[in-house]
Structure formats: C-alpha cells, structure tokens
Design a protein around this ligand. Sequence first.
Ligand SMILES: Nc1ncnc2c1ncn2[C@@H]1O[C@H](COP(=O)(O)OP(=O)(O)OP(=O)(O)O)[C@@H](O)[C@H]1O
Ligand SMILES: [Mg+2]
Length: 336
Amino acid sequence: MAEEKKLGIGIDFGTTNLLVYVQGHGIIFNEPSVVAFDIESGEVIAGGEEAFKMIGKTHSKIKVSRPLRDGVISDMDAAKALLKYVFKRVQTLRSLKNSLCLICCPSEVTQIEREALKDLAHQMGISDTFIEEEIKAGAIGSGIDIYSPQAAMIIDIGGGSTDVGVLSLGDVVLSRSIRIAGNYIDREITNYVHKRHNLLIGPITAERIKNEVSTLLPNDKEKKIRISGRDLVRGLPSAAEVTSKEVFELLLPIFDEITNVVYSVLEQTPPELASDIVNNGIVIEGGGACIPGVKEYFEKTLGLSVRTAPEPLNAVVEGAKVLLKNKGSYLINPQD
Ligand SMILES: Nc1ncnc2c1ncn2[C@@H]1O[C@H](COP(=O)(O)OP(=O)(O)OP(=O)(O)O)[C@@H](O)[C@H]1O
Ligand SMILES: [Mg+2]
C-alpha cells in the first residue's frame, strides 16, 4: 500500500517575527510575534501585525504580549495563543487533519516548552509535529548543504538572540547562543537617545532608528533620521535627529561581543571541521544580517570569508520547506 502523504506546515517561531509556510500556498503569515488579549474574557483579539500596532497604546482591558523574549519563551499562554491563532489561519485554507508540522524555534526553548507546543498542535488536529533548531533550518534555507561531510558555520542574528553554530553531516555539531541581537540593539539605542538627546522613546521608534540608519561601514555615507518622543526635562513631546554615525559607534562594542562568541565557537571546533570553515567561510542570516556592512565587519574581524544568506529574514522558513520535503510530506505545487 502506498504511504499516505501529509500536508506540510513549516513555522519559524522567532522572538520578533513569526513565519508560517503551508505547502501549496507558500508563506501565508510573516508578521510580528505579538498577540493581544481581552483581559476579562481571555479571548485573543488580535495577532501579528494588528497586535503589534497596539503595543504601548492599549487601555486597562487589553493586554499585548510577546511570547518570546531574548530567545526564550517568556509567556507560555501567549505562545500557545499565537500558535493557535496562526493554525486557525491555516485552517481557512486547508484542513489540519493529516498534516505534518515542523516548528523551528530558538535553541534555548526547553524540552517542556517544546512538548507544550507539540501538545497544542495535536489539540488543533495536526497528526505529526516536529521541533527543529532554527539554526539548522536557517543553514539549509541559506543554501548550505548541511548533509555533506564539509562543515559549515552559520551566524543567525535574530531579534532575541544571536546563535552561532557549526553543522556537519546533517546536524548541529556545536552552537552557542547569546541574548545580544536586534532587541538588545534597540534597547541600547533607547538608552543612548535618553542620555544624549534627553528624549524618552518607545521600542518601535528605537527599532526604526536601527533599521533605517544603522551601519557597520566606517566610511558609509551619513544618514539621518528624525524621531520624536517625550522630552525628559520639559516632560512634553519633542523631536530630535539621530545620525548613522551615532548608531555606528553604538554598534561596534555590540558586534565585538558577538565576535567573541564566534571566536569561542571556533576555538571549540574540532580541527578537521575548523579547516572546512576556513575553506568555505561563514554564512550570516537573521534580521541583523541586513545591517549594511555586517559581512565586511566579520570578514575583517575574523579574517574569514563571509556570505549573507539570500533572504536573511526568511532563511529559517525556507529551510523548513526543505526539511518538510525530506520528511515525506507532499508538495502540491513544486514552485512553493
Ligand atoms: N534592515 C534591517 N536592519 C537592521 N535590523 C533589522 C533589519 N530588518 C530587520 N531587522 C531586525 O532583525 C530582527 C528580527 O530578525 P529575525 O526575524 O531574524 O528575528 P527572530 O527570528 O524573530 O528572532 P530570534 O531568532 O532571535 O528568535 C529585529 O530586531 C529587527 O528589528
Ligand atoms: Mg530567528
């Protein structure tokens, strides 16, 4: 009897962004990992982009939560609610019966938490759920042939954590994770604007500064961004200008810390694998890889060749597609 084929669902459950891929439909969800609840009824009133827009603007009857913080699940109820929210979205396209779900999450998510996510998927009617390290999926989605005996090194600079891993023969040989990534940079920007410009800004403004004017290129053309917040002296709304040069100075010590983690992984890498990395270089992915000059920065500090993943923010979900295919779920449309 022919083996029954299942519909594949791939999820990148990141600290900042949640991506969902459904075979035959492509990436059907690519929105912030945020969920909003009605406090009285406990009902989910918004998820993703819609919930993100509510951050910092709610009243006492609404609670907005980010399920993950710094690469770990900080609010399990919110994590389950958000996952349920996206499964319901999938249900509007396809039945979850006879489906196979692959959830990619940060390495620091515990076994108990992984089981809880699997239970939820099961309750939603999904027959098989697998949890995979995001660094493995990210490496595949970045175009690395992780099944070859040639070792590869990957640096994933996400929102909550930066993960550095060495992969060989289909799995992670060693990895390290630090809670210094996009959100940390945002907090450093907030502190800086507070001290230097006497202005209190919110997390969304800090992220905008990072995404619009950050650079790691010492001689990059200067960019400026006008932002507003609350003046700390007068207590009134006020505006200021932040330059790419200011953000560059902030980023250097942060990336030095990331480099130290890369060094420590390289130091622990067995010699044969280390020599492969010298030959093949390093791949960077995750939202942090979008900062102009990251590739050049690592090439200079590490003295190794560095390549940026073709789609840094989608690498994990792209890898999930491949892993689903390998697990034997069926592909309705090969273009997806
Ligand atoms: N153009 C950009 N320049 C700088 N940072 C960016 C850019 N675009 C996105 N980011 C940042 O990348 C981070 C999100 O990246 P990503 O989606 O890879 O993280 P995540 O998978 O949600 O988090 P994690 O992997 O840590 O759980 C955010 O901090 C976001 O602000
Ligand atoms: Mg990620």
